[in-house]
Design a protein around this ligand. Structure first.
Ligand SMILES: [Zn+2]
Ligand SMILES: [Zn+2]
Length: 308
């Protein structure tokens, strides 16, 4: 599906989770060369859909498979697509150990309740596939990749994960944001070492500095009013931070104690993710010198109080 003549989105049928939450896979093409931005899931149907799209364009030589970050919804299809196309997998160095260590407890984009065994097994399979996508090329901030006449500039945007990257194409005024900025809703930010709220906000601020007419997120629809979208995401985090600070002042000393107030209608399945999110705010507030305490990124039982 063409978004612009040089930027396509490659959809796939129902894989694992869909709708606005399905991961986006983009193809950038110019002058007979191409690059994928993320690869989606590694199940047979998803990979087949992406390969068919490429096969319908035999004139395009796929050079790169750029992975915005290690999460399996973006990476588990990568190795199979590499094998079929001969393209090189490109990733930020800080993501590699999370990608490879598929049995670690590194948070992913979705939490699987322990009682959902079939889903948990599927996720393990996806993570195993993701671990096979060992990068061929490591990139860092400021590196550029050539695809035909296009320049893909790497922007390191830590926060959602520490090695998350965005790709900026000046010739198209297009910004691929992975999970750093979504088309709809907000993304989960974990406390260190897996994520970092302070760096996340700095990353969003930095993205505002790019002259962008089109944002291509890792989930959801393309966004045209990019400065407004980025500001909306920044404002949301600032408001949440103020709320967390007020709750600490009111004597709610742990993320768990704050949860009911912050997310009154929280789905039980996303409680762990919500706890990490609140812990991520608390970790930032601690770094800013506004609260102090004992972090607990895992089950939100940390103890926090106002500083001073
Ligand atoms: Zn994602
Ligand atoms: Zn993610």
């Amino acid at each position: 599906m063409e978004i612009t003549p040089r930027i396509h989105s490659i959809p796939a049928p129902t894989a694992f989770y869909t709708g606005p939450q399905a991961p986006d896979v983009y193809l950038v093409v110019d002058g007979g060369e191409g690059a994928l931005i993320d690869t989606g899931f590694g199940d047979e149907q998803s990979v087949k859909a992406r390969l068919e799209y490429l096969r319908e364009r035999p004139e395009v030589k796929l050079r790169y498979i750029v992975l915005t970050h290690h999460h399996f919804d973006h990476t588990s299809g990568a190795h199979q697509l590499r094998q079929a196309s001969g393209a090189q997998i490109v990733m930020h160095r800080q993501e590699e150990r999370f990608l490879r260590d598929w049995q670690s407890d590194a948070p992913q984009d979705i939490d699987i309740p322990a009682d959902q065994k079939a889903i948990a097994e599927r996720v393990q399979r996806f993570r195993q596939q993701a671990a096979e996508a060992a990068p061929d090329v490591f990139i860092e901030d400021g590196v550029t990749l050539r695809v035909g006449g296009l320049t893909l500039e790497v922007v390191h945007t830590p926060g959602h994960t520490m090695g998350s990257i965005c790709i900026y194409i000046r010739e198209e005024r297009a910004l691929f944001t992975g999970d750093t900025a979504l088309g709809l809703g907000t993304v989960a930010i974990s406390p260190p070492p897996h994520g970092d709220m302070r760096l996340y906000l700095e990353s969003l601020e930095r993205l505002k500095g790019y002259d962008t007419a089109l944002m291509l997120p890792g989930h959801g629809q393309p966004v045209q009013d990019v400065p407004r979208k980025l500001q909306e995401l920044i404002d949301h985090r600032h408001e949440r931070e103020e709320q967390v600070l007020r709750l600490v002042a009111d004597g709610k000393s742990s993320a768990r104690a704050m949860l009911g107030t912050i997310y009154p209608e929280l789905d039980r399945r996303i409680i762990p993710m919500a706890l990490r999110q609140v812990e991520a705010h608390l970790a930032k507030l601690a770094e800013d010198g506004r609260v102090e305490g004992t972090p607990d990124g895992h089950d939100g039982e940390g103890e926090w109080r106002l500083r001073g």
